[in-house]
Design a protein around this ligand. Structure first.
Ligand code: PMH
Length: 391
């Protein structure tokens, strides 16, 4: 979004993304390939911009969940090797191979269908084999299935096995029992794949939690998601991270309406909030259709460096806050981020929402423009100075 006309926006600090990637690279024990996970619009941060920074910082590959997301990156000029982690219908292998988009073999049947359709491909189809070692989501689970896959691949020179991977269910928990079982079972599968004559360049198991906690366990590649965005994979392991992460996402708005209400006046749908005395009430143009969900009632925002409460129900496009004094229209409101000495983190918001930090930036909808900050300057947003200057 190059221009926008509303008083609510996010700021995405690309320098923090770069710092997080550099810090991760420093703790990798070898020359592991870096796969930057930019699915779901880069966890709500902006797919193409995050992908660009990741590539500049040395990411060898990008990963997304759906073919549509990979095609969207291509449409925005990002031609870097991209892996689709989720299931893609065999109907679309032509598009994928044409765009050099890597697909995931998530079961034997999928590969059988692809084999039937791949004879007329103009360029080879690169694939990564998913092994289900305990996540229970996608992937083959037995050596027998692995042997079937090997047989199918051997007979088809235009399908190239570039990678093999698995995904951990509990790498973000301090109890390592299940992690160890999954790790050992993946190692066994990879060894068996080698004995069948396949040595793919990308062997990857680690998500952020695993690479931060068990760098000695890395194979030849890692998949970096949440830590790239400066967030801890869980509250449980936040205290044991090897370096401090820098959050990249902040969320801001402005007071568009202000009034003094009398004792007994009520605010918003359901009249759930009643003023106890004369109070200053500000209206902020963000609501649940922006991903600032109704559960945010009773939380707070920052105005003039102070925490002020959200009062009454959050509406679809607006909410109300109680102010300690009159403020001018246009006064900045920070919903996530820092004002003077105070900060509201994504973790704070996630706690109030009773969810995980991953969900918070993903929820902030397409309606909220993303502004990208690099070297202290805004790199997009033509009317930024008019509507959302940094002050
Ligand atoms: N690899 C796969 C297959 C994933 O699904 C994810 C995240 C990652 C890597 C990156 O993990 P990280 O962000 O913890 O580093 N996937 C999800 C998910 O499906 N729900 O929450 C996170």
């Amino acid at each position: 979004m190059d221009s926008f006309y509303r008083d609510t926006w996010t700021e995405i600090n690309l320098d923090h993304i770069a710092y997080n990637i550099r810090s991760v690279k420093k703790i990798l024990p070898g020359n592991q390939h870096l796969i930057a996970v930019v699915k779901a619009n880069a966890y709500g941060h902006g797919d193409a911009q995050i992908a660009r920074v990741a590539v500049e910082e040395g990411a060898d590959m990008l990963a997304v969940a759906f073919l549509d997301e990979a095609m969207a990156l291509r449409g925005k000029g990002i031609m870097h090797p991209t892996l689709v982690l989720g299931a893609v219908s065999p109907l679309y292998i032509k598009e994928a191979s044409h765009q050099r988009i890597r697909l995931t073999i998530h079961n034997v049947e999928w590969l059988e269908e692809v084999v039937q359709q791949c004879s007329d491909l103009q360029s080879p189809l690169y694939v990564h084999l998913k092994v289900d070692t305990g996540m229970g989501r996608l992937g083959i689970r037995s050596l027998k299935e692995l042997e079937k896959i090997a047989l199918l691949l051997r007979g088809n020179s235009n399908i190239i096995l570039e990678g093999v991977f698995t995904h951990f269910a509990t790498a973000d928990e301090l109890n390592n029992r299940k992690y160890n079982i999954q790790y050992e079972s993946f190692k066994k599968m990879v060894n068996h794949l080698n004995t069948l004559g396949f040595c793919p360049a990308y062997i990857h198991s680690a998500n952020s939690a695993a690479l931060l906690r068990f760098p000695q366990d890395m194979f030849t590649a890692v998949r970096l998601g949440i830590a790239m965005y400066g967030l801890s994979p869980s509250a449980e392991i936040k205290q044991v991270l090897p370096f401090s992460l820098k959050e990249a996402f902040s969320l801001h708005s402005r007071i568009v309406h202000i009034k003094k209400v009398k004792k007994g006046d009520t605010i918003s749908y359901g009249a759930t909030y009643e003023a106890e005395r004369e109070e200053w009430i500000g209206t902020v143009p963000i609501g649940y259709a922006d991903g600032w969900i109704r559960r945010m009632q009773h939380f707070h925002v920052l105005v003039d460096g102070k925490l002020v409460p959200i009062v009454g129900r959050v509406c679809m496009d607006q909410m109300m806050i109680r102010l300690p004094q009159k403020y001018p229209l246009g006064e900045k409101v920070t919903l996530i981020g820092r004002q003077l000495t105070r900060e509201i983190s994504i973790d704070d918001v996630a706690n109030h929402m009773q969810t995980i930090n991953y969900e918070v930036p993903c929820l902030i909808s397409y309606r909220v423009p993303r502004l990208f900050i690099q070297g202290g300057c805004v790199c997009n947003g033509k009317n930024y100075l008019l509507s959302a200057n940094l002050s």
